[in-house]
Design a protein around this ligand. Structure first.
Ligand code: CU
Ligand code: MG
Length: 389
């Protein structure tokens, strides 16, 4: 048994041991081995739903899309649990992360930073086929903050290039949650800080409720994944480039140890959500913004608007806060904010550490069409010479 565990989980167990989580490793491994042998796990007797029953549930293939967009989904569904099937390819790819041509060998879920949003409802099962493409060079896995057990799935999803694994988790907690790669030890920050995170939204079956408990529906939803990068520089201060994924390992870990990011961006690169990539809305529409940051605290703010309904910590079982000017997304979490636009124009959606917004890249735009409301704001007098009063 020990030999099997060591073979299956060698490097991860090493990581857990060094971080004092050895007992967790034992639990996770035991569960994983039982599952792979198809035996009933005694510690899972609280689960009254059998595999045969789950097999009879309706299955829905969810086509994942590149953020800031969300996959097609209903906000309100009936009581019948479903199995949501998603395929998540892992793609290591060179990406430009700013307008100056700075490059990173990004490690991605689905080819984008952040990885695609997965949407389910409370009580659904999410069945994930995780594929590590043969062209990749590294081992990867996935830890869903929305899932229960086995390090969020990290313990049962390690795949080498050319391999795939299928895992299923039950959506028991409604809210928005981060998922990320966590292959062990220094590979955890290395992979996550190279783009390897995304988010899950688990909606209540009867949809969202506002602070008064009334049904709250959105007309559009956007997923903003905020990413800090730590790009190594050469002796002249120029950002370095590397031949292959992983070649920057030692250099980038050194920059990470400073805790000072070189870039702080929305959706993979500086300007990804401005200009052509700007989010869109119309006056009168309610827009849900889901904001995730896998490692670092951030503080979203909609310039010229407000957070009407804010699930700051991401749990849809909690009453949302209302009318916030700025809200906190803790590193390692996702939160959601709903706003009904009142005025047309270009809104900036920023991380309100304005150094990070303007100098490091954490700025997005929302282009809103509609009629201006003079009652809410007007320019009473155009700029001109100061007049005596
Ligand atoms: Cu990875
Ligand atoms: Mg959350």
């Amino acid at each position: 048994m020990t030999a099997i565990l060591n073979k299956a989980f060698g490097s991860r167990r090493g990581f857990l041991k060094t971080t004092g989580l050895a007992s967790l490793a034992t639990l996770a491994s035991a569960g994983a081995v039982k599952a792979s042998e198809g035996e009933a796990a005694p510690e899972m007797t609280v689960n009254t739903v059998t595999a045969a029953e789950i097999a009879k549930l309706p299955r829905v293939k969810q086509k994942l899309v590149e953020p800031p967009f969300l996959p097609e989904h209903e906000q309100v569904v009936d009581a019948q649990s479903r199995v949501i099937e998603v395929t998540l390819p892992i793609i290591e790819k060179k990406m430009q992360i700013d307008g100056e041509g700075t490059e990173i060998w990004a490690l991605t879920f689905g080819g984008s930073v952040p990885g695609p949003m997965i949407v389910a409802h409370e009580g659904d099962y999410v069945e994930v086929t995780l594929q590590n493409l043969p062209s990749n060079v590294m081992e990867h896995n996935i830890d869903f903050h929305s899932a229960t057990g086995a390090l969020g799935g990290g313990a049962i999803t390690k795949v080498m290039p050319g391999e795939q694994v299928v895992m299923r988790w039950k959506a028991t907690k409604p809210g928005v949650f981060v998922y990320h790669c966590a292959p062990g030890d220094v590979m955890i920050p290395y992979h996550v800080l190279h783009g390897m995170s995304g988010a899950v939204m688990v909606l209540p079956r009867n949809g969202l409720k506002d602070a008064h408990g009334k049904p709250y529906r959105y007309d559009r939803a956007y997923f903003i994944g905020e990413q800090d990068y730590y790009i190594p520089r050469d002796e002249n201060g120029t950002y370095k480039t590397y031949e292959n994924a992983g070649d920057d390992m030692a250099d980038s870990l050194d920059v990470m140890r400073t805790l000072i990011p070189t870039h702080e961006v929305f959706n993979g690169k500086v300007g990804a959500l401005t200009g052509e990539g700007a989010m869109k809305a119309k006056v009168g529409e309610t827009v849900l913004f889901i904001h995730a940051q896998a490692t670092r605290d951030t503080r979203p703010h909609l310039i010229g608007g407000h957070g009407d309904q804010v699930w700051e910590a991401g749990s849809f079982n909690d009453k949302p806060d209302t009318n916030l000017e700025t809200w906190l997304i803790r590193g390692g979490s996702a939160g959601a904010m709903g706003y009904t636009f009142q005025q047309p124009g270009i809104y900036a959606y920023v991380n309100h550490n304005l150094i990070e917004a303007v100098l490091l890249g954490a700025t997005a735009h929302v282009v809103v069409e509609g009629d201006w409301n003079d009652d809410l704001m007007t320019q009473v007098q155009k700029p001109g010479p100061i007049q005596a009063t």
